[in-house]
Design a protein around this ligand. Structure first.
Ligand code: HEC
Length: 160
């Protein structure tokens, strides 16, 4: 058991490191890119604090990292194609996020295998998607994927 715990901690650490190396987004640069999102999206935490002001024609982007697709803003009426994609159980990770914001219509066509769908999000982020991801991660609650959960457990054990 102990050996397994140590191994999973090691795996979590290694994944964390390789993640950082592969996707070195800059949160400060991402924050500057918010101007591209704000005409449609706001960024408001669960207590109602406005991290970024923005429009209401698109879902609140708080907590996107690690959230199931089309779930971060329960008050928003997501479009049918995005809801169809959400039925696959997909969760926003950096790879999917970057693909989506770069070209939301191409993303849906690719993942739904249907060239007739169009995304309700008409904006395309031409560069800086990794930075935007890093920014959203920096202002969102910790992502609770398996690796992170293992990490937390290890930290709890170490500090207790
Ligand atoms: C012109 C308006 C508009 C702009 C600008 C825009 N979006 Fe969107 N975005 C939308 C709409 C509308 C949706 C909901 C799409 C749907 O329901 O299919 C959406 C959905 C999303 C989602 C999926 C949300 C979820 O809960 O699954 C992400 C992620 C996203 N946008 C990121 C961004 C980012 C980052 C920017 C800025 C770089 C941006 N968007 C700019 C309109 C916009």
């Amino acid at each position: 058991m102990l050996k397994n715990a140590a191994l999973s901690t090691l795996a979590a650490l290694t994944m964390g490191l390789s993640g950082t190396a592969a996707f070195a987004g800059d949160p400060a640069a991402g924050e500057r890119e918010w101007r591209g999102c704000r005409s449609c999206h706001a960024l408001t935490d669960d207590e109602g604090n406005q991290i970024q002001r923005g429009g209401r024609s698109a879902p609140n982007l708080y907590g996107i990292p690690g959230a199931a697709v089309a779930s971060a803003d329960p008050d928003f009426g997501y479009s049918d194609p995005l809801l169809a994609y959400a039925e696959t159980g997909a969760v926003w990770n950096e790879e999917l996020f970057v693909e989506y914001v770069t070209d939301p219509t191409a993303f849906l066509r690719h993942h739904l295998g249907d060239d007739s769908v169009r995304s309700a999000m008409t904006y395309r982020m031409r560069r800086g998607a990794e930075d935007m991801w890093a920014y959203l991660e920096s202002v969102s609650p910790a992502v609770e994927d398996d690796a992170a959960a293992g990490d937390d457990a290890a930290e709890d054990a170490a500090t207790d």
